[in-house]
Design a protein around this ligand. Structure first.
Ligand code: C5P
Length: 256
Protein backbone atom coordinates (compact mmCIF):
# COMPACT_ATOMS: atom_id res chain seq x y z
CA UNK A 1 0.00 0.00 0.00
CA UNK A 2 1.17 3.51 -0.78
CA UNK A 3 1.97 5.82 2.12
CA UNK A 4 1.60 9.32 0.72
CA UNK A 5 3.26 12.34 2.30
CA UNK A 6 0.45 14.16 4.19
CA UNK A 7 2.19 17.53 3.78
CA UNK A 8 1.98 17.33 -0.01
CA UNK A 9 -0.73 19.84 -1.04
CA UNK A 10 -1.20 18.47 -4.55
CA UNK A 11 -1.75 15.06 -3.06
CA UNK A 12 -4.46 16.24 -0.69
CA UNK A 13 -6.23 17.86 -3.63
CA UNK A 14 -5.97 14.59 -5.58
CA UNK A 15 -7.36 12.62 -2.68
CA UNK A 16 -10.46 14.76 -2.26
CA UNK A 17 -11.70 13.22 -5.52
CA UNK A 18 -13.15 9.72 -5.67
CA UNK A 19 -11.52 7.12 -7.86
CA UNK A 20 -14.04 4.80 -9.52
CA UNK A 21 -13.18 1.24 -10.47
CA UNK A 22 -14.11 0.40 -14.07
CA UNK A 23 -14.10 -3.32 -14.84
CA UNK A 24 -13.30 -4.13 -18.47
CA UNK A 25 -15.70 -6.86 -19.66
CA UNK A 26 -13.26 -8.13 -22.27
CA UNK A 27 -15.07 -11.38 -23.10
CA UNK A 28 -15.81 -13.13 -26.39
CA UNK A 29 -19.38 -13.96 -25.30
CA UNK A 30 -22.10 -11.91 -23.59
CA UNK A 31 -23.11 -14.79 -21.28
CA UNK A 32 -19.59 -14.86 -19.81
CA UNK A 33 -19.67 -11.11 -19.30
CA UNK A 34 -23.03 -11.35 -17.52
CA UNK A 35 -21.67 -14.13 -15.30
CA UNK A 36 -18.97 -11.73 -14.08
CA UNK A 37 -21.54 -8.95 -13.63
CA UNK A 38 -23.53 -11.35 -11.41
CA UNK A 39 -20.40 -12.25 -9.44
CA UNK A 40 -19.62 -8.59 -8.78
CA UNK A 41 -23.21 -7.69 -7.89
CA UNK A 42 -23.45 -4.99 -5.22
CA UNK A 43 -19.90 -3.70 -5.68
CA UNK A 44 -19.59 -0.02 -6.65
CA UNK A 45 -18.05 -0.54 -10.08
CA UNK A 46 -18.62 0.68 -13.64
CA UNK A 47 -18.66 -1.92 -16.44
CA UNK A 48 -16.72 -1.26 -19.61
CA UNK A 49 -17.93 -2.73 -22.90
CA UNK A 50 -15.08 -2.72 -25.39
CA UNK A 51 -14.54 -3.90 -28.93
CA UNK A 52 -14.47 -7.65 -28.27
CA UNK A 53 -17.74 -7.80 -26.35
CA UNK A 54 -19.50 -5.23 -28.53
CA UNK A 55 -18.58 -7.07 -31.72
CA UNK A 56 -19.66 -10.41 -30.28
CA UNK A 57 -22.78 -9.26 -28.43
CA UNK A 58 -23.80 -6.01 -30.08
CA UNK A 59 -25.80 -3.20 -28.48
CA UNK A 60 -28.00 -5.80 -26.76
CA UNK A 61 -25.22 -6.31 -24.20
CA UNK A 62 -25.26 -2.62 -23.36
CA UNK A 63 -29.07 -2.61 -23.15
CA UNK A 64 -28.97 -5.61 -20.80
CA UNK A 65 -26.43 -3.90 -18.51
CA UNK A 66 -28.45 -0.68 -18.47
CA UNK A 67 -31.62 -2.73 -17.78
CA UNK A 68 -29.80 -4.23 -14.77
CA UNK A 69 -29.10 -0.66 -13.61
CA UNK A 70 -25.34 -1.02 -14.15
CA UNK A 71 -23.19 1.99 -14.94
CA UNK A 72 -21.82 1.48 -18.47
CA UNK A 73 -18.73 2.82 -20.23
CA UNK A 74 -18.76 2.13 -23.98
CA UNK A 75 -15.13 1.95 -25.07
CA UNK A 76 -15.15 1.70 -28.86
CA UNK A 77 -12.51 4.42 -29.37
CA UNK A 78 -14.28 6.05 -32.30
CA UNK A 79 -12.05 7.49 -35.02
CA UNK A 80 -13.59 8.29 -38.41
CA UNK A 81 -14.85 11.23 -40.45
CA UNK A 82 -16.76 13.77 -38.31
CA UNK A 83 -20.24 12.88 -39.62
CA UNK A 84 -19.76 9.16 -38.94
CA UNK A 85 -18.42 9.75 -35.43
CA UNK A 86 -21.20 12.23 -34.60
CA UNK A 87 -23.86 9.71 -35.68
CA UNK A 88 -22.18 6.91 -33.72
CA UNK A 89 -22.00 9.21 -30.67
CA UNK A 90 -25.74 9.82 -30.97
CA UNK A 91 -26.38 6.06 -30.99
CA UNK A 92 -24.16 5.64 -27.93
CA UNK A 93 -26.23 8.28 -26.13
CA UNK A 94 -29.47 6.52 -27.08
CA UNK A 95 -28.07 3.36 -25.47
CA UNK A 96 -27.88 5.40 -22.22
CA UNK A 97 -24.21 4.77 -21.54
CA UNK A 98 -22.53 6.95 -18.93
CA UNK A 99 -19.46 7.62 -21.06
CA UNK A 100 -17.84 6.61 -24.33
CA UNK A 101 -14.48 7.05 -26.02
CA UNK A 102 -13.17 8.59 -29.20
CA UNK A 103 -9.58 9.20 -30.29
CA UNK A 104 -8.39 12.79 -29.78
CA UNK A 105 -6.10 12.21 -32.76
CA UNK A 106 -9.31 12.28 -34.86
CA UNK A 107 -8.92 16.05 -34.56
CA UNK A 108 -10.96 19.12 -33.66
CA UNK A 109 -13.71 18.77 -36.27
CA UNK A 110 -14.40 15.17 -35.35
CA UNK A 111 -14.54 15.77 -31.58
CA UNK A 112 -16.63 18.95 -32.01
CA UNK A 113 -19.09 17.12 -34.28
CA UNK A 114 -19.70 14.52 -31.56
CA UNK A 115 -20.08 17.20 -28.87
CA UNK A 116 -22.50 19.21 -31.02
CA UNK A 117 -24.78 16.27 -31.75
CA UNK A 118 -24.90 15.40 -28.05
CA UNK A 119 -25.76 18.97 -27.09
CA UNK A 120 -29.03 18.46 -28.98
CA UNK A 121 -29.99 15.52 -26.75
CA UNK A 122 -28.91 17.02 -23.47
CA UNK A 123 -30.92 14.72 -21.20
CA UNK A 124 -29.11 11.60 -22.32
CA UNK A 125 -25.74 13.24 -22.70
CA UNK A 126 -22.93 10.76 -21.91
CA UNK A 127 -19.42 11.97 -21.08
CA UNK A 128 -17.16 12.14 -24.12
CA UNK A 129 -13.73 10.77 -23.22
CA UNK A 130 -10.82 11.55 -25.51
CA UNK A 131 -8.20 8.82 -25.82
CA UNK A 132 -4.73 10.35 -25.86
CA UNK A 133 -1.89 7.82 -26.24
CA UNK A 134 -2.78 4.16 -25.64
CA UNK A 135 -1.25 2.73 -22.46
CA UNK A 136 0.26 -0.13 -24.47
CA UNK A 137 2.74 2.27 -26.15
CA UNK A 138 6.20 2.55 -24.63
CA UNK A 139 8.71 5.26 -25.61
CA UNK A 140 10.28 3.20 -28.40
CA UNK A 141 7.04 2.16 -30.11
CA UNK A 142 5.57 5.68 -29.78
CA UNK A 143 8.73 7.20 -31.29
CA UNK A 144 8.37 4.73 -34.18
CA UNK A 145 4.78 5.72 -35.01
CA UNK A 146 5.19 9.47 -34.50
CA UNK A 147 8.32 9.47 -36.68
CA UNK A 148 6.43 7.60 -39.40
CA UNK A 149 3.54 10.07 -39.21
CA UNK A 150 5.39 13.37 -38.86
CA UNK A 151 9.09 12.78 -39.50
CA UNK A 152 9.85 13.57 -35.83
CA UNK A 153 9.91 11.17 -32.90
CA UNK A 154 7.78 12.28 -29.93
CA UNK A 155 7.49 10.94 -26.38
CA UNK A 156 4.12 9.71 -25.04
CA UNK A 157 4.30 12.48 -22.41
CA UNK A 158 4.65 15.24 -25.01
CA UNK A 159 1.95 13.81 -27.25
CA UNK A 160 -0.48 13.39 -24.34
CA UNK A 161 0.20 16.99 -23.28
CA UNK A 162 -0.34 18.25 -26.84
CA UNK A 163 -3.58 16.31 -27.33
CA UNK A 164 -5.22 17.10 -24.03
CA UNK A 165 -4.38 20.79 -24.33
CA UNK A 166 -7.22 20.95 -26.85
CA UNK A 167 -9.51 18.22 -25.54
CA UNK A 168 -11.99 20.28 -23.54
CA UNK A 169 -12.03 23.18 -25.99
CA UNK A 170 -13.06 20.69 -28.68
CA UNK A 171 -15.88 19.41 -26.45
CA UNK A 172 -14.44 16.35 -24.67
CA UNK A 173 -15.51 15.97 -21.04
CA UNK A 174 -12.40 14.07 -20.00
CA UNK A 175 -9.43 12.11 -21.23
CA UNK A 176 -8.07 8.58 -21.18
CA UNK A 177 -4.38 8.55 -20.32
CA UNK A 178 -1.85 6.47 -18.42
CA UNK A 179 -1.12 7.00 -14.73
CA UNK A 180 2.41 8.02 -15.70
CA UNK A 181 1.09 11.27 -17.23
CA UNK A 182 -1.20 12.12 -14.29
CA UNK A 183 1.42 14.19 -12.47
CA UNK A 184 1.78 16.49 -15.46
CA UNK A 185 -1.99 16.58 -16.08
CA UNK A 186 -2.93 17.38 -12.48
CA UNK A 187 -0.46 20.29 -12.38
CA UNK A 188 -1.92 21.90 -15.50
CA UNK A 189 -5.53 20.73 -15.40
CA UNK A 190 -6.50 20.05 -11.76
CA UNK A 191 -10.16 19.39 -12.53
CA UNK A 192 -9.92 17.52 -15.86
CA UNK A 193 -11.77 14.17 -15.65
CA UNK A 194 -9.24 11.35 -16.16
CA UNK A 195 -9.82 7.67 -16.87
CA UNK A 196 -6.71 5.55 -16.46
CA UNK A 197 -6.14 2.04 -17.88
CA UNK A 198 -2.83 0.20 -17.57
CA UNK A 199 -3.49 -0.57 -13.90
CA UNK A 200 -1.95 -3.59 -12.22
CA UNK A 201 -2.20 -4.47 -8.52
CA UNK A 202 1.22 -5.47 -7.13
CA UNK A 203 2.24 -8.96 -8.22
CA UNK A 204 0.10 -9.11 -11.40
CA UNK A 205 1.56 -9.43 -14.90
CA UNK A 206 1.72 -6.25 -17.01
CA UNK A 207 0.52 -8.29 -20.04
CA UNK A 208 0.73 -6.00 -23.09
CA UNK A 209 0.46 -2.79 -21.05
CA UNK A 210 3.60 -0.62 -20.94
CA UNK A 211 2.89 2.51 -18.85
CA UNK A 212 1.44 0.97 -15.70
CA UNK A 213 0.81 1.76 -12.01
CA UNK A 214 -0.97 0.09 -9.11
CA UNK A 215 -4.51 1.17 -8.13
CA UNK A 216 -3.21 2.98 -5.01
CA UNK A 217 -0.54 4.83 -6.97
CA UNK A 218 -3.07 5.93 -9.58
CA UNK A 219 -5.43 7.18 -6.84
CA UNK A 220 -2.64 9.18 -5.22
CA UNK A 221 -1.64 10.57 -8.63
CA UNK A 222 -5.21 11.86 -9.09
CA UNK A 223 -7.09 9.38 -11.35
CA UNK A 224 -10.88 9.90 -11.38
CA UNK A 225 -11.38 6.33 -12.57
CA UNK A 226 -9.11 3.36 -13.18
CA UNK A 227 -9.76 0.59 -15.69
CA UNK A 228 -8.89 -2.98 -14.77
CA UNK A 229 -9.50 -5.96 -17.04
CA UNK A 230 -7.37 -9.10 -16.97
CA UNK A 231 -6.33 -9.03 -13.30
CA UNK A 232 -10.06 -9.35 -12.45
CA UNK A 233 -11.59 -11.26 -15.36
CA UNK A 234 -8.85 -13.88 -15.62
CA UNK A 235 -8.79 -14.53 -11.89
CA UNK A 236 -10.46 -17.68 -10.49
CA UNK A 237 -11.82 -15.37 -7.73
CA UNK A 238 -12.74 -12.15 -9.54
CA UNK A 239 -14.87 -10.73 -6.71
CA UNK A 240 -11.96 -11.01 -4.26
CA UNK A 241 -9.63 -9.19 -6.66
CA UNK A 242 -12.21 -6.45 -7.30
CA UNK A 243 -12.82 -6.05 -3.55
CA UNK A 244 -9.11 -5.82 -2.83
CA UNK A 245 -8.68 -3.16 -5.54
CA UNK A 246 -11.58 -1.15 -4.05
CA UNK A 247 -9.92 -1.46 -0.63
CA UNK A 248 -6.55 -0.38 -2.02
CA UNK A 249 -8.25 2.70 -3.52
CA UNK A 250 -9.90 3.68 -0.25
CA UNK A 251 -6.79 2.91 1.84
CA UNK A 252 -4.73 5.21 -0.38
CA UNK A 253 -7.17 8.00 0.53
CA UNK A 254 -7.35 7.21 4.24
CA UNK A 255 -3.59 7.08 4.75
CA UNK A 256 -3.10 10.60 3.33
O1 C5P B 1 -6.75 -6.22 -19.15
P1 C5P B 1 -6.37 -4.77 -18.98
O2 C5P B 1 -6.52 -4.28 -17.55
O3 C5P B 1 -5.03 -4.43 -19.57
O4 C5P B 1 -7.50 -4.00 -19.81
C1 C5P B 1 -7.44 -2.63 -20.07
C2 C5P B 1 -8.66 -2.23 -20.82
O5 C5P B 1 -8.59 -0.84 -21.03
C3 C5P B 1 -8.81 -2.89 -22.18
O6 C5P B 1 -10.19 -3.14 -22.38
C4 C5P B 1 -8.31 -1.84 -23.15
O7 C5P B 1 -8.99 -1.89 -24.39
C5 C5P B 1 -8.66 -0.55 -22.43
N1 C5P B 1 -7.82 0.60 -22.73
C6 C5P B 1 -6.45 0.61 -22.61
N2 C5P B 1 -5.72 1.73 -22.95
C7 C5P B 1 -6.34 2.83 -23.37
C8 C5P B 1 -7.74 2.85 -23.49
C9 C5P B 1 -8.45 1.71 -23.14
O8 C5P B 1 -5.87 -0.38 -22.17
N3 C5P B 1 -5.64 3.93 -23.63
Amino acid sequence: MIKPDPSDKELSVNLTRNTDLIVALDYPRPDRAMELVDQLQGLPVVFKVGLELFISGGPEVVRELVHRKCRVFLDLKLHDIPNTVARAAQQAALLKVEMFTLHLSGGSTMVKAAAEVLAEIDLLRPRILGVSVLTSFDDVRWAEITKALTGHAATPDDSVAGLIEHATAWGADGVVCSAVELGMIRKQYPSLFTVVPGIRPAGFSADDQARIMTPGQARVAGADAIVVGRPIIESPRPREVAESILKELSDAAISA
